[in-house]
Design a protein around this ligand. Structure first.
Ligand code: TYD
Length: 208
């Protein structure tokens, strides 16, 4: 692999998607090849699975069924888009990836870390991001931001305050366990400050 694989993770309304876009444009303007993508989705079959996951009633799926669907979508996304791009010297910026499954379905959904790790190995082998930026802010503030969006893709946003508070701790624990891969970003600050911190993390960790 020659391109770098950078993932953005965190709770709802933390501004990851905006910051992923800003990073992708910055790298592009610096003359690099970049693919900006997101999960669930990012490949045709994966977008079909996305609809099953983000719409409908909050308790529509059990955590294990969700974990399997997210991994099914991820296999397609990885094989069809991410891996080919990395092999062609393109950096990949991805809005959510496997840590979201570990946090949402594992930690908060009540499935063990080991079962989530096993599923990941089965689906993707040893594939993992070169750098993961974990966007952190109080869950209530993030949910208030996310509630401003008027779309039907709000199945997870509707899961309640306790779910989201536990989610924040889950992402922080994931980052604590893998400090060489993860950087926690204080997402409660202004957009341009967060962007500078993202650029700093990418430069210092990956040299790009
Ligand atoms: P999305 O609209 O992309 O959310 P956001 O803008 O907050 O990133 O919807 C994706 C939802 O799916 C989000 O609520 C998190 C959830 N999710 C999981 O539960 N597990 C996963 O593995 C992934 C990738 C997402």
């Amino acid at each position: 692999m020659t391109g770098k694989f950078i993932t953005f993770e965190g709770g709802e309304g933390t501004g990851k998607s905006t910051q992923a876009r800003l990073l992708a444009s910055h790298l592009e303007q610096s003359g690099m090849n970049v693919l900006l993508t997101r999960e669930p989705g990012g490949a045709p079959g994966a977008e079909d699975i996305r609809d099953l996951l983000v719409k409908g009633e909050p308790d529509r799926w059990s955590p294990m069924a969700e974990a399997l669907l997210f991994n099914a979508a991820r296999v397609e996304h990885w094989r069809q888009c991410i891996e080919p791009a990395l092999k062609k010297d393109t950096h990949v910026v991805c809005d959510r990836f496997a840590d979201s499954t570990m946090a949402y379905q594992g930690y908060v959904g009540g499935l063990t870390r080991e079962s989530m790790a096993q599923l990941h190995r089965l689906a993707l082998g040893e594939a993992r991001p070169d750098l993961t930026l974990v966007f952190d802010m109080p869950a209530t503030a993030g949910l208030a931001r996310a509630a401003g969006r008027k779309d039907a893709e709000n199945r997870f946003e509707r899961k309640g305050a306790d779910f989201h508070a536990r989610l924040r701790q889950a992402f922080l624990d994931i980052a604590r366990r893998e400090p060489q891969r993860c950087v926690v970003i204080d997402a409660s600050r202004a957009m341009d400050q967060v962007h500078s911190e993202v650029l700093h993390a990418v430069h210092s960790r990956l040299g790009i």
